[in-house]
Write a protein that binds this ligand. Structure first.
Ligand code: ATP
Length: 309
């Protein structure tokens, strides 16, 4: 534990995405912020959270929170990093997204509780992941599910919540066999790869992990990624089954899990493929993933478990 927080008041800015999740949280966020004496800045377009967070840091804020989902948090952290504020700014999360996976993983379950955590919650330093030069906090998914989350419409997400991803994944499963990537994984003891091979799907967790069942919270302070590879073997039919089983949280013969400190991914095809960084899509033929250990100072709820194993 670092210390209990005293920095969440006039120096606090909450960056709120009014259209995340069910899109009805703005009044509750405004009310809680007013009760706690903190400022709210609302985004009015995708990517705006980066600018608002950068401006908040430039204006002297020492606590910048994201009210939205993982994508909004990703933008806020990018803005803080752009402003060179990672070493002096604490990050907060108000869960107003569709899945709220990261918020749950740091023990934050509601809007009012989030503001209480800003005032009194424990501060921890967690790992920041970087894909090429772009930070992410929770996960990087390449292959099938990244294509799926690129194609999940906001209307569908609103109606179905997290289940929308599964539904559109199964709809787009026909494209699964076209994605093949070469993966090199490294641990911190050697510059040579500890594993090399092919995969058709890569799920890389920083804040989260992808177990077939049980807790999705990763160890966020160990300087390592939790990687699940969907192996490149078997027929398309079998791969379809593997994808469905994976998403339905059953163990399959086609997936394997690793804990490593770095990865290099190269797409076999000429075309770039989609990688989802905290739900935000980038398209690349090559991607290098590294960790900045404990680079992010964050306010966590009581349910946060530093050593989830
Ligand atoms: N005012 C806005 N209008 C339209 N899009 C916005 C606005 N503000 C932010 N966005 C975009 O909304 C997208 C979704 O945000 P976010 O990921 O936070 O919510 P979500 O998808 O509902 O939740 P989760 O990631 O937890 O499933 C992000 O890509 C973000 O850039």
């Amino acid at each position: 534990m670092l210390s209990s927080g005293t920095d969440a008041s006039a120096d606090t800015v909450v960056v709120c995405n009014p259209v995340s999740g069910s899109g009805d949280h703005l009044p509750a966020v405004r009310e809680a912020a007013a009760d706690h004496g903190v400022r709210v800045r609302e985004t009015d377009h995708a990517g705006h959270g980066v600018d608002l967070a950068r401006e908040a840091v430039a204006g002297g804020a020492t606590f910048v929170a994201a009210a939205g989902g993982d994508g909004t948090l990703n933008e806020v952290v990018r803005g803080i990093a752009d402003a060179g504020g990672l070493d002096r700014v604490t990050v907060g999360v108000v869960p107003c997204g569709t899945g709220n996976n990261f918020a749950r993983n740091i023990g934050i379950n509601g809007i009012e509780q989030a503001f209480e955590v800003f005032e009194r919650g424990e501060r921890r330093r967690i790992d920041l992941a970087v894909a090429d030069d772009r930070p992410f906090i929770n996960s990087c998914v390449g292959g099938l599910t990244a294509e799926a989350s690129a194609e999940t419409s906001p209307e569908l997400k609103r109606r179905l919540g997290a289940a929308a991803y599964l539904l559109s994944t199964l709809r787009t499963v026909r494209s699964f066999d076209s994605i093949r990537v070469a993966v090199k994984m490294y641990d911190d003891r050697s510059s040579d790869p500890v594993w090399t091979g092919d995969a058709v799907g890569v799920l890389i967790g920083n804040g989260r992990r992808f177990p077939p069942s049980g807790s999705e919270q990763a160890n966020m302070e160990d300087g390592r990624f939790d990687v699940t590879l969907v192996r490149a073997s078997g027929s398309v039919g079998l791969l379809k089954t593997a994808a469905a089983e994976r998403l339905l949280k059953r163990e399959t013969a086609w997936t394997a899990r690793y804990t490593v400190s770095a990865l290099d991914i190269t797409v076999a095809d000429e075309e770039p493929v989609a990688f989802s960084l905290d739900g935000e899509i980038i398209r690349r033929r090559e991607l290098s993933l590294r960790i900045q250990p404990k680079a992010l100072r964050i306010a966590v709820g009581d349910g946060y478990e530093p050593h989830p194993e």
